[in-house]
Design a protein around this ligand. Structure first.
Ligand SMILES: [Ca+2]
Ligand SMILES: [Ca+2]
Ligand SMILES: [Ca+2]
Length: 127
């Protein structure tokens, strides 16, 4: 029983650390505000990491048949020229669109950056 509790606490701490790490990784200059460039760079990095793992035959190309599960729908959207290969450029273009969408929704003062307050606004407040 006690052992179980410790594991749950550990798992919780791990999730917290990941969330924090994500925020720190995005906010490269540490001012608490996410600029468009910071968000794009951080997302590209995240996606690239995912896609590097997806490159099963390690030929440096990530093809749609190497990607499984939830990631596949993202990958299909990212594959702009529909050749079944996800290139770095396509990932960047896709991520840029996503960041712009997020900004359009949440950047209330239209300065092209997301402050802590803007980020914490719930979706329901926006729509
Ligand atoms: Ca491959
Ligand atoms: Ca492609
Ligand atoms: Ca803003």
């Amino acid at each position: 029983m006690r052992k179980q509790t410790i594991w749950i606490m550990l798992a919780g701490a791990l999730v917290m650390t990941q969330v924090q790490a994500k925020s720190i990784a995005t906010d490269t200059n540490g001012d608490g505000v996410f600029s468009r460039e910071e968000m794009i760079a951080a997302s590209v990095q995240r996606y690239e990491k995912r896609f590097v793992k997806a490159d099963i035959n390690a030929d440096g190309k990530v093809t749609l048949d190497e990607i499984q599960g939830k990631k596949l729908s993202v990958a299909k959207k990212a594959d702009a020229n529909h050749d079944g290969v996800i290139t770095r450029e396509e990932v960047k273009a896709y991520v840029t669109t996503m960041v712009d969408k997020r900004l359009a929704k949440k950047d209330f003062n239209k300065d092209g950056m997301l402050s802590k307050e803007e980020r914490s606004t719930k979706k329901t407040d926006v729509e």
